[in-house]
Structure formats: C-alpha cells, structure tokens
Design a protein around this ligand. Structure first.
Ligand code: ADP
Ligand code: ZN
Ligand code: ZN
Length: 744
C-alpha cells in the first residue's frame, strides 16, 4: 500500500510513502499520519492512495504512525480544502492548517484517567469476612458501593489513604473493576445560559413558520444538496425554524453545523439550542467551537465530532471545518454579517464556504437573516436558492415605529453641535419614568472622531497612518484606531497655536456623557471594545442589563447583533451616517442592514417599541426603506444600481493590495503588473486602478490597490495565481489577493 501525503511542514506538496502492514487496516484518505521528511518527523494528511508516476516505489520511506483510526479530514472536508485552495488562491497546506485545531496538528491525543467502579455487591457473610480479613479492602468496597458512577482512582486512593495494592486485590477478586476513561473537556459553557429562560417545550408554530418549516423538512428529506434562504423580519421566530430542522436531522442520525457570526456575541443562541435539544434528545449536547476555548477543550470537541460521538457543533466561522460525520444540515444564522469573512489568509467567506461544504457533503444549507445579503437574495430570485419567508413578527407584534430626525434642522434650532436630539431625549426620559430600557447605538468608540482647528483647519493625524486620531476624553489622549498609537491631546493647535479646537464626530464616550447630562439619575453603561477588554465583562454587563440593573446601554454595533431583550422599548441610532459615507459600493446595503437590525432590538416583548434615527441625510434610500423594514423595496432599487455598474452580485470582485515602505516603488510595480494582466486577461477582467487605498498608510506601510471585476472568477483567480508566481516582485513588497472582499 502506498499513500500520497500532504505534509504539515510549511510547504505545499504531495509526498509518497509506503504503508507498513500494521498500519493498513484504518489507513484512508484524510488520515492523519506521521512521516519522515529529510531527517525530521512531520504530521501530514493522506491525500490519495496509490503510487506516484515518476518515482521508484522501492525508494519510498515508510509512514511511521497513524494517529487516529478515523480520518482527520472527512472526504467532504478534503474536497473543500482543494476547492478553497483554488478559489482563494492559497496553498493547500495553509487551508489544511486552518481546518485542524492546533492541538490536532501537534499530534495530541486523548487525555485519559484510571477509574474504579463496583462490579458486584457482597452479601452479609462475605462483607463480614472482608471486614475482618482485609479492613483496607473493605473500606474501599464501602466507598465504591455508595457511588453512582465510576470514581477517579488517584482521588479515591489518596482520600481513603490506601495503596494501589488494595484496589488491585479487589479487582483480582472480581469485586471492583478498573478502567481507562476519557476525561471530558468539552466546553459546555453553561454559564452562558445565565438569565436566559430556555423553554424546553417548543411553542406551536404559527402558519408562516409552519409553511417554512414544512418546506424545509421536505428539502431535508430529499437528502441532497440544496440551499434555502430564510428571510424573516426581526422577531419573526427564525430560531424555531432552525430548531425544528436540527431536531429532524439529529433524530434521523445526521450531523449539523450551526454557524453564528461571533459566538462571543450570541450566548443566547447557544443557550436556546442547547436547552431545547437537550430536552428533546438527551445526551445530544452540542460541541461549542470558538476562539476562547483552551487547546484541550478544542481537541476533545474535535474528537467527539470526528468519532461520531457528538453530531452537532455550534460556533463562529471556523466551525464550518468541524469534522461532523454524516453532515446533513448547515445553518448560517445572520448570513449577511461581514464578520463571516476572515480578514487574514486564507481570506475565506464562512457563508460561501458553508454552501460549498454542504454541496460537497450532499447536505442542505440554510441561510437565515432579516436583511439577507444581496448576493444571497439574488441567488434566491434567480432560483438557485429556495426562498422561505416570515413576513410578520410573532403574535403579530408590530415592528417598531422608526422616527427619522433630521439633524440639520436640529442643529439650526440649537445653534451648534447637538449629540442627542430633543426627540430622542424626550423618548429616553419617558422610558426612564416607565422603568423601561433604552439602547443607544453609535458606531464609533472614543469621544470624538477627530480634532479640528477652527482657525486653520488642521486635523491631527496619526504619524504612522493616514487617518485622523480619535479623542478619548477620560484620559485626555488622542488614539489611532488602526495602529494604537497614542499621545496627549494638545490644548493648542499644533500647527498655528490657536486655542480654538473643536471636536468633530461623535463617539461612544461623548454619547455616554450626553446621556448622563440629560438623565442624571439613570444607571448608564457603555459597551465598546474599550470597556469590554476584560474577558467576562461582556457577559456581566449583558446579564445586568437583562435583569434590569441598567437603564441605558450605550454601545457600538457589538451590542446590535441578534440580542433579544424584552424590556427594551426604545432604540436610538445616534449617527446613522457613519456607515453611509465610506467609499464602498456596499455602503447603502450596510446602512440598511444596520438600521433594520438595530431597530429589531426594540419592542420584542409585550410592549411596542420605538426607534429614533438621527441623520443628516434623511432622504437617502437606505434610511427611507428601513423605516418600514422594506427589504424587497430596498433590494430592488439597490440591485438595479448594481446591475447598471456590474458590481457584485452581477460580477465577482477580486481585490489585490500591494504593501510596502516606498510609495513610488509600489505604484511602479503595481502599474507594471496591471499592464501584464491587461495583456493576458484583458478579455476576461475589467481592471480598476492601481490607486492608493482609501487609507493610504497604515503602521508606516503604504498601500496600493487594484480591482478585478470578472464573471469568470475561478478561471481568473487561477490565471492570476500562476502569473504572480512568475512576476519579479521586489523583496520589500507584499501583495495580498482577496477574492470576494466584503469591505473595500
Ligand atoms: P428572530 O430570530 O426571527 O429575530 P426569534 O427566533 O428570536 O426571532 O424569536 C423571537 C421570539 O419569539 C423568541 O422569544 C421566541 O422564543 C418567540 N417565538 C418564536 N416562535 C414562536 C411561536 N410560534 N409562538 C410563540 N413564541 C414564539
Ligand atoms: Zn490651527
Ligand atoms: Zn496609526
């Protein structure tokens, strides 16, 4: 037997080895093996079974170890790895490395311990004899006879003060047994459920939920690849649809992957899922998969899935690579979230990879959102995905009213800077009196976005990056949000010495200050990455908010995602314009999503919700359509615009970023390269650029970018990957290819 192995050794190659007799039984494609390369041992994944064409078989070395009797990469994962390597122009070794937890790649195994358990009970005469002849053994017997489950040997011996000889004697007589048991380190995160009431028994589905759920069940019964897009307004009960589908799949012996945009932000999803599934199918605990796990927890979760002991995993982006057996269903919740895209190599999109994995596994993929991405919606419109809709909230609760406040008028009335409009302040006071809760969103941390000299117009920028520094008032510092550089905020303009310094643009700190000013007796908490640096702080604050110990929560979008707080009746979006005026063709889409999602946090309980949106551009489409959460209307207009310019989803976009210390050199080589592409691929791609990136300098490094628009993405990526290997790049220049970027 000969196998081809992809070594995990930092290069992308397939090497062949002989498989000795003893290792053949469980050797298969996807197996994790240890092999010699030159004089060192490396781990690798078996990529194929069979001999190489061009190498004498007799000279092949032996595989030295097979780490698990099951494949580390299931066949669908291995195919997925190959697809990703080609689609994202990335080495297969880098993809395989991303797919396997570090502990698996290090060859770590199960952690086991010795345990003792009773085999049979003694009758009275036997017990008396034992007491008399071997009091130590009797002591051990008595202890184990009281236990319901096996006990850790080391603990029992030390607690009773006896030696292993004593337990060995009882084992030999067949009264107790000793066994090697796996230690469970699977993270259950039970504390996540804190404060969340989990209804173990499913509510009766309403008519729309029933229709969607039945359609989905029919697709699942087909047992082949397909994609459904569940478009349900906020609070329409999408989770119930997920749960029903998951339940059916688990009951039929299938496996499930459930993706959420950021596990740390959606504890309630995990709690709901777990509460319900534990009640319906005991012992089907979900494996949790996210970046806060220890290596041991991650390894055990991985093993539980790879061995088929557990069949469902819940987690962020990378959980799409979990070795779930017999995968039948992949759920992607909040599928529109840009957080699904990884912003380092490999730059994959979790949702797109989810669809592809489902395809390769012959499973169903369920995408859910109140504001689907235009890519997914487009696929539903042209019949590639099946569209399931939940157009109403549960119990016909009203979607909240959205009041648009025109801040141009507000500022004229107050003759100056206004953080909170009179309308918003009035509504907040009203809630405070009624003991109801308010959430204020402002998508920028810090106090204000920039320091402007009213005399000469100077704006303080970071010396390493080409962006304005943000003012943090509590410690009177200017900070760069890109590189973290900081310096004391100047009292005078560094350029002209004027004292007329103005703070432009709102940040969370300034909003918090404004709230304290208008509601001096309210309990106010701010939630952004500045205040949430401590690991559990986030959960604490959310638990306090849930239990009503906080009246007003001020935060960045990190608090805007999918949270369900029934007592929140007012949501304010302090500056709706931040996401709109960025040089990105998705700016409108992002703004619409933000508005609808944020509004969806209000009025989820029995009382109606109200939303106040402050903006300087009240007439813009994103804002107008969001008033009635009119996704269809928004999508129709936006898709028309995208079609006109042939932007995604009508064509694919690939971004090529060039980075280096010397801007002239960057420009020169970027232009040379662009010319080469134009010559060789000119009929398949439309080029834009090269041009300086919107933020031209980050951490003293300059950036140029080039965009390729194409309808033949696979072909073009393959060509570019080949061409760029042969191109003579200078040593101090880095270039990064990003296929289907989510932000520009
Ligand atoms: P979405 O994810 O669509 O915003 P959720 O799934 O969070 O909505 O559901 C909103 C609320 O409605 C939850 O508290 C959920 O338990 C409840 N719910 C869902 N379906 C029903 C139903 N059929 N009957 C009663 N309550 C339901
Ligand atoms: Zn000045
Ligand atoms: Zn900087």
């Amino acid at each position: 037997m000969i196998v081809g192995v992809h070594p995990l050794a930092g290069f992308d190659k397939l090497l062949h080895y002989q498989v000795p007799e003893g290792l053949r039984a469980h050797m298969q494609v996807g197996s994790l093996v240890r092999v010699p390369i030159v004089n060192r041992m490396h781990l690798g994944i078996v990529g194929m079974i069979g001999a190489p064409d061009d190498f004498p078989v007799s000279k092949l070395k032996n595989v030295t170890q097979l780490l698990h009797p099951f494949p580390a990469l299931t066949p669908d994962l291995l195919s997925l790895a190959r697809w990703m390597a080609a689609y994202y122009a990335c080495g297969l070794d880098a993809i395989i490395e991303t797919m396997l937890p570090a502990s698996v790649r290090n060859g770590a195994g199960l952690k086991t311990e010795k345990q003792l358990a009773l085999v049979r009970r003694l009758d009275v005469p036997e017990l008396e004899t034992l007491n008399r002849r071997a009091p130590q053994q009797a002591k051990l017997y008595a202890f184990l006879a009281q236990q319901f489950k096996p006990q850790r040997k080391s603990l029992v011996l030390s607690r009773l003060g006896i030696t292993a000889a004593v337990s060995n004697a009882l084992v030999k007589r067949g009264i107790i047994r000793e066994e090697e048991r796996r230690i469970e380190r699977i993270a259950y995160d039970d504390d996540w459920a804190a404060g969340e009431i989990v209804a173990a028994h499913p509510p009766a589905l309403n008519d729309e939920q029933r229709a969607a759920s039945d359609a989905l069940a029919a697709s699942l019964r087909e047992g082949k690849f397909g994609v459904s897009l569940l478009h349900g307004v906020t609070g329409s009960g999408k989770t119930e649809i997920y749960l029903h589908a998951i339940h059916d799949v688990l009951e039929a012996g299938g496996g499930v992957i459930f993706l959420v945009p950021e596990v740390a932000l959606t504890p309630q999803t995990v709690a709901r899922l777990r509460g319900r599934l534990n009640a319906l199918i005991p012992h089907h605990g979900a494996v949790v998969w996210h970046s806060h796990l220890s290596d041991g927890e991650r390894l055990d979760g991985w093993l539980a899935l790879a061995t088929g002991e557990k069949r469902i995993v819940v987690g962020a982006r990378s959980a799409i690579f979990a070795p779930v057996q017999n995968l039948r269903l992949v759920v992607v919740d909040e599928e529109h979230e840009p957080a699904y895209k990884q912003d380092e190599t490999p730059r994959y999109h979790g949702r797109d990879v989810a669809v592809m994995r489902a395809k390769l596994a012959g499973a169903h993929c369920l995408l859910g959102s109140a504001t689907p991405s235009l890519e997914s919606f487009f696929n539903a419109q042209n019949g590639r995905y099946r569209l399931l809709q939940l157009p109403r909230r549960i119990d016909s609760r009203k979607l909240p009213d959205i009041d648009i406040v025109d801040m141009r008028i507000e500022i004229m009335r107050t003759r100056g800077m206004t953080t909170l409009s009179r309308q918003l302040v009035g509504a907040m006071r009203d809630r405070f009196e009624k003991r109801e809760q308010t959430i204020l969103f402002i998508n920028r941390r810090g106090y204000s976005s920039s320091m402007l000299c009213a005399e000469c117009g100077h704006v303080e920028e970071c010396e390493h990056c080409s962006i304005a520094m943000t003012y943090h008032r509590h410690d009177e510092q200017l900070r760069c949000h890109l590189c973290g550089a900081e310096r004391p905020a100047p009292l005078r303009c560094p350029k002209c010495g004027s004292l007329k310094i103005r703070w432009r643009g709102l940040g969370t700190q300034r909003v918090e200050e404004a709230v304290r000013h208008v509601l001096p007796h309210a309990r106010i908490e701010r939630m952004d990455t500045d205040t949430m640096s401590r690991k559990n702080r986030f959960r604490e604050v959310l638990a306090q908010f849930r239990s009503g110990k906080i009246d007003v929560l001020v935060g960045t979008q990190m608090i805007g995602k999918g949270l369900d707080f029934p007592n929140v009746t007012l949501v304010g979006l302090v500056d709706a314009d931040i996401s709109m005026h960025v040089p990105d063709f998705r700016a409108n889409e992002r703004t619409f999503q933000l508005l609808v999602q944020v509004a969806g946090r209000a009025g989820r309980g029995d009382r109606a919700g109200e939303v106040v949106v402050q903006t300087f551009t009240p007439q813009s489409e994103a804002i107008q359509f969001s008033r009635h959460a009119d996704f269809a209307g928004f999508a129709a207009g936006e898709l028309k615009m995208r079609e006109q310019f042939l932007y995604p989803p009508y064509r694919h976009l690939i971004q090529h970023v060039f980075r280096g210390p010397n801007p002239e050199k960057l420009q020169f080589f970027a232009e040379q390269w662009a010319r080469k592409i134009e010559q060789t691929l000119g009929d398949k791609v439309e080029l834009r650029g090269p041009a300086p990136s919107p933020i031209e300098k980050i951490k003293d490094e300059y950036r140029y970018q080039l965009w390729y628009f194409t309808a033949q993405v696979t072909k073009v990526v393959a060509e570019i990957a080949k061409l760029r290997q042969d191109f003579a790049w200078p040593d101090d220049m880095i270039q990064v290819l990003d296929v289907d970027p989510v932000s520009l």
